[in-house]
Write a protein that binds this ligand. Sequence first.
Ligand SMILES: [Zn+2]
Length: 360
Amino acid sequence: MRGENASTRTLGAAMSTPDAMPTARTAEGPRATEYAPLPPLPLREGIGDGQILGRGHAIEPPVPASPAAATATTLCAFSIDVEEYFHAEVFAGALTPQRRVELPSRAAAPLECLLTLLSETGSRATLFVLGQCARPLARLLREAAAAGHEIACHGHAHAHLARLDPQSFREDLRIARRTIEEHVGVSPRGYRAPTFSLTRKTAWALDVLIDEGFTYDASIFPVRHDRYGVPDAPHVPFLAVAPSGRSMVEFPPLTIGLRRLRLPVGGGGYLRLLPGWVVRAAVRRAARRGRPALIYVHPWELDPGQPRLPAGVLATWRHRVGLRSTHAKLRRLLAGQRFDSISRVLARITRRPGLTRFAL
Ligand SMILES: [Zn+2]
């Protein structure tokens, strides 16, 4: 990632905060309010094979011919959780909203770097956009949508679902969707919970997502972990049955089975910690067997120059391990395998009969 350090230092974009836009210029980037005014866009849905389903006078985005052709049959999906380094759960207890206002925004440069990598290698992705990031990153997100990437939702304030209840979750979802619609011009239909925090204890969130019109979720990690996970959940796409008995399509991140263990390899600290060949081999194996595979990454994972924030020794290590090698790993991964957005991969999978039903 050495090649990206310079641009990472110079291309920050200011972040919004839970309550307000930033008020101070940072050394790393402009204030969000300094972005040129954006013209209103016709609203469209963030799902489908280029098909526009939205309200208003939508215009089909210019999807590049090469990625569409290259990804026409793949079941490998790539996803980016569009958030800032300070949104990571390890800092949730240490940073007040006021402290976040003062922190430099750095997501624009690594996000642009990821989009370039995807473009160069002929892949498309799903961008789970945090509502708070939609305005500061609006121009880049609109360009991503126009390039054929899917715009989905990562909530608004990055609250772990265990800290919410159905009503506050519904409000967070609505604010996020409204903000994304306003600044990116897309109505997201896919959702990923912050920190994969949709578990048995927060299964009520599935009913809220269904009520709010989301069509798929990608929040259930079929592993054992201290902050998230449903260890016995299927490790390929399935129908997650909500407490009400209704269900929605779920796409879990890539894992591999090792004897009785199921190990995560599809992203985050695991992808940064493991040798690159392990992840590439897992993706190749899934592709060879016709099984779906889902990779996830955050822009801050390509930014080794990000400020050190207060957290415990172990938490700091988990957050920072492998930051310098993420870019090279992703480059090799993307060079060897074409990826598509989650909605397009799900459209291919759900044409098959018999998705497993799994009740949380
Ligand atoms: Zn997140």
